[in-house]
Design a protein around this ligand. Sequence first.
Ligand SMILES: Cc1cc2nc3c(=O)[nH]c(=O)nc-3n(C[C@H](O)[C@H](O)[C@H](O)COP(=O)(O)OP(=O)(O)OC[C@H]3O[C@@H](n4cnc5c(N)ncnc54)[C@H](O)[C@@H]3O)c2cc1C
Length: 242
Amino acid sequence: VAGFGRLVREARGDEEGTMAEQIGGTTPKTRLRRLPELGSYERSVVYEILDSTSVCHVAFVVDGQAMVLPTLYRRRGDTLLLHGSRSSRMLRAMVDADQVCVSVTTIEGLIVARSTFNSSVAYSSVSVFGPARLLDDLEAARDALDFLIEGILPGRTEEVRPSSDSELRRTSVVAVEIVEASAKISQGPPSDDDDDIETDVWAGVVGRSESWGPIIPAPDGPVGRGEVDVPSSVRRLVEGSS
Ligand SMILES: Cc1cc2nc3c(=O)[nH]c(=O)nc-3n(C[C@H](O)[C@H](O)[C@H](O)COP(=O)(O)OP(=O)(O)OC[C@H]3O[C@@H](n4cnc5c(N)ncnc54)[C@H](O)[C@@H]3O)c2cc1C
């Protein structure tokens, strides 16, 4: 199971020597109540989890109705960059709110305990709180969008035409400032009841990995006719994850 547990141990070790930089846990907003021993408020731990994936869930309220929607993001410095249509209610509500909450989760495995009660998921998750602002300058938006694309498919911006001004005007780019955050990391092994441990019921952790592929060319144009090679950005992505 992937090594975010190592990150927490390192951060704790670090705390004993130098002062690890904490970005949460000092207010009720980010203080973990259940299983706080799985938590970390260390900036480097939070950022490594944020950088390990590209999908977040954004909580927002529209007309008194709470909503949660998934969307792409990448971290740049102390901000998360998100984008979408100009008419996105989610992005508008984020900018209108004083504070937003963004959540990120990766699942590294299944923790299969000797009882269903103690079984669980091996995960790493982060909650981020902070204000959101619209990048309304066209060049700032273009730069942020390129950063977002490069974070997901490195090298792609060099292979395609630049976004047009019209495309940029139809796109909102929002930056969420990471003011406060918490991480929670559950890796196993199972934590079974004493009475269950000496039974012959199997228990352990089933790891999970993600990879990219297969590559399916677009059906139309020269690509569909097999006249265009798979670009290096796509080859690198697939080879790097296999
Ligand atoms: C994949 C996955 C599956 C889970 N399954 C379950 C489940 O089935 N049942 C269940 O009760 N819980 C589950 N959890 C844990 C859940 O996310 C909460 O941590 C838990 O419900 C207890 O929260 P709390 O009462 O301490 O949090 P609260 O007191 O409600 O939260 C206070 C603050 O703690 C921080 N926090 C809380 N949880 C997390 C988290 N997971 N990651 C980062 N920061 C956090 C946030 O900053 C939050 O604002 C799961 C988590 C993940 C990632």
